[in-house]
Design a protein around this ligand. Sequence first.
Ligand SMILES: *Cc1c(COP(=O)(O)O)cnc(C)c1O
Length: 216
Amino acid sequence: MNTIIERYNKIKLNIASVKPLQQVNIIAVSKTFPLEYINPLIDNGQTHFGENKVQEAVVKWTEVKKKNENIKLHMLGKLQTNKVRDAVRLFDYIHSLDNQKLADTLAKHQINQKKKLKYFIQVNIANETQKSGIPVNDLDPFYNYCKNEINLNIIGLMVIPPNDNNPKRYFKSLNELNKSLALQDLSMGMSSDYMEAVEYGATFLRIGSSIFGKRS
Ligand SMILES: *Cc1c(COP(=O)(O)O)cnc(C)c1O
């Protein structure tokens, strides 16, 4: 477990070498890892955690969140509409908002539960087939719909760039799109490319294996 804290501190040092740490939030992506791995980070003051499956997150986090009101949970994975009620109950942020049916369902459950989450719109930046995310050409109308018609609190854009070893150009495009919508936050950068993401203005980094180790 010490190695988890060591790796986490190293990541913070790397980021701090280029930017004040207050400007960048690390989301520790704890999917597949049990609480024994997570608790040392909570004890170390880490507050943002990411998961990608609603069921796993409910089992793992419901009690922990009751005891630690500072913890903020981020839903990073594809969200099915039949899981939205549980997701709205548990999570504070959703990073995978990318279609109108999902947006409408989230809006409905927010009202039912009298709760307001924060949202990132996931963008399919390179228009890859089979990739989640809203196509760049549909982003403006989708953003306006979410914000003005159904009152979702959209705080920024999120991207998982194509696997072509050139994340910078995608981070740059996402940053420009974010500015064009006057949004404050940017969810980008994972274990392999978080320093590049910081360089292009990421405010939320989603880091899993570089903190917790390889997932089985
Ligand atoms: C798993 C996951 C991450 C973390 O990936 P690592 O490479 O382990 O840092 C980030 N974002 C999303 C959407 C994920 O599903």
